[in-house]
Design a protein around this ligand. Structure first.
Ligand code: CA
Length: 537
């Protein structure tokens, strides 16, 4: 028996989990995050999946459409769209006909989020605490990826677009479970900023400096590679320049569309991980979309392009009759980057990319599955990027997840699939109570920063913006502040986290402390790992 169980707080009676947290706490394995179990919904979800498999004759497909630095408030269905001068009709339709999450959590920046989605593990376990930049070593080579697990059970797998989970030979997508990869290894600005006279005149206008960057050991091309391939120039397509960068998303979209159409008649189920270049700074819209948004700025033009691309891929699924066997997730990898304004996105919450404030880690999350996910739902139930791996694996029939490491994700099948159900309890009509996740653990690099449980967000430390050294302060230009007595916010009453409630909510402290202690205790047996942390590694 473990000792640091949540019930030890005394706040949750042994049979009181449903009332306090929305489900029965299930400590089902030592190397797994406890999940909230809703037995009736779990059964309903599993039956739905079995019936579909019987009808279709194969396991479901998974389509992840992950954008870069698009904020919680950018799409129309999250309060943006027309308000931002960038209508997003395709995303809005998806939300209207699917499940729109209001509490979907990423990590504070690109690579930690993507690696977490790909491994089911928090950055403090996979070790990618910050994005690897300009050839920094590190990656997924010691991890087990979602694509590898799916490939083992017969899935066709494709990674398209942005990778940014390491570019060493064992970490690139074509060698990490994907049959084929078409995209770039890093992040958009790494290929363009030093080529742009507006940002780097000291490099652009100095042939010696320019050549030095060209010689730097990071790949500067759009890549097309099958499993096992790594050597350049065999896999290199065009070099990414200020001209060619404009059309990358269009080319990647064409590739994904072709893949989707080609799989319509296949016996194999598939996993498509499509990471867009947009809307990471700096945005260079293709000619077709330049000036097309009402706002006419590069960010908004590219947001409109992203919506259009998603619309094309959705249509390909629709026209080939694959919608009813495909789970779709549309999301973004972190909150807005504020240091690059006006080429940046929007969140109504406090903070931005790089922080553990809600603005940094609460991202859009729309799930859609025709006939499987009840249309038109909105839920504040917690969903963390690390939940994708166990959820998808459970749907795909992956029998065993790795036993030699801690998996932070929980199986969210019943949350996504069961829908509002007349289970006879008073909150049954509100899907917000149906998440299988009780807590979100927010780490700021290698420090446990905050914990969210229900509406409560409790901080030990967080990023303080520095308004003196930049006109557009953001997460990366801030510094970590440790709070003497902690801060407690109620996110329903105070979504912007401006009014700490700590002194009035002490009764919850034993419960929150017990949940946090349980989380921290997992590191005794499964130690932290730090491989990429800022510019220091
Ligand atoms: Ca990002």
């Amino acid at each position: 028996m473990e000792t640091n169980r949540w019930h030890d707080s005394g706040i949750i009676p042994p049979d009181g989990g449903e009332r306090i947290l929305g489900g029965v706490i299930d400590y089902y394995a030592e190397n797994r995050e406890p999940r909230l179990l809703h037995p009736a919904w779990q059964k309903a979800a599993e039956e739905k999946l079995a019936q579909l498999e019987q009808k279709i004759g194969k396991k479901p497909n998974f389509f992840v459409f992950i954008m870069d630095d698009v904020g919680w408030g950018d799409m129309g269905c999250y309060g943006g769209g027309h308000v931002r001068g960038a209508p997003t009709p395709h995303f809005d339709r998806l939300a209207a006909e699917g499940l729109r999450l209001t509490s979907c959590y990423s990590q504070p920046s690109c690579s930690p989020s993507r690696a977490t989605l790909m491994t089911g593990r928090l950055p403090i376990r996979h070790g990618i605490l910050t994005p690897p930049m300009y050839g920094q070593p590190g990656g997924l080579d010691q991890e087990v990826s979602l694509a590898e697990l799916l490939k083992e059970v017969g899935y066709a797998t494709r990674a398209v677009g942005k990778w940014h989970c390491g570019e060493n030979k064992s970490s690139v997508p074509q060698n990490k479970g994907f049959d084929e990869f078409y995209g770039f290894y890093g992040v958009s600005d790494m290929y363009t900023e030093w080529r742009d006279n507006y940002f780097y005149p000291e490099i652009v206008n100095d042939p010696f400096m320019f050549q030095a960057v060209m010689n730097a050991k990071f790949n500067k091309h759009n890549i097309l590679a099958k499993t096992g391939q790594y050597d350049v120039p065999e896999i290199e397509q065009e070099e990414i320049t200020l001209e060619t960068v404009k059309d990358l998303d269009e080319k990647w979209a064409a590739y994904s569309e072709s893949f989707i159409r080609s799989m319509a008649t296949s016996d194999k189920p598939w996993f498509l991980y499509h990471g867009t270049r947009g809307c990471h700074f700096d945005n260079y819209p293709p000619d077709k979309f330049k000036g097309r948004s009402r706002a006419s700025y590069p960010f908004t033009d590219v947001l409109v392009e992203m919506d259009d691309i998603f619309g094309r891929l959705f249509r390909a699924l629709e026209e080939t009759g694959q919608l009813e066997n495909t789970l779709i997730l549309v999301t973004s990898d972190n909150g807005p980057e504020m240091e690059s304004w006006p080429d940046s996105s929007y969140t109504p919450f406090r903070g931005s990319k790089g922080t553990t404030w809600e603005g940094g880690i609460r991202v859009p999350g729309i799930f859609y599955w025709k006939g499987m996910i009840e249309p038109g739902q909105v839920s504040d139930g917690l969903f963390d990027f690390c939940d994708m791996l166990p959820t998808v694996c459970a749907m795909a029939g992956v029998e065993n997840l790795p036993q030699d490491r801690f998996i932070d994700g929980v199986d969210q099948r019943s949350f996504l699939l069961a829908g509002p159900s007349p289970a006879g309890i008073y909150w049954a009509k509100d899907p917000s109570w149906m998440s299988n996740r009780a807590a979100v653990y927010a780490w700021l690099l290698d420090e446990q920063s905050a914990l969210r449980v229900g509406p409560w967000k409790v901080y030990d430390c967080a990023t303080e913006m520095d308004y003196r050294d930049t006109v557009t302060p953001g997460g990366f230009s801030g510094h970590t502040v440790h709070y003497t007595y902690g801060k407690v916010f109620n996110l329903f009453l105070d979504p912007k986290e401006e009014h700490s409630f700590a002194i009035r909510k002490l009764v919850y402290m034993p419960l929150l402390a017990a949940i946090k202690a349980h989380h921290l205790k997992t590191f005794d047996k499964y130690p932290k790992r730090i491989q990429i942390k800022g510019t220091s590694s």
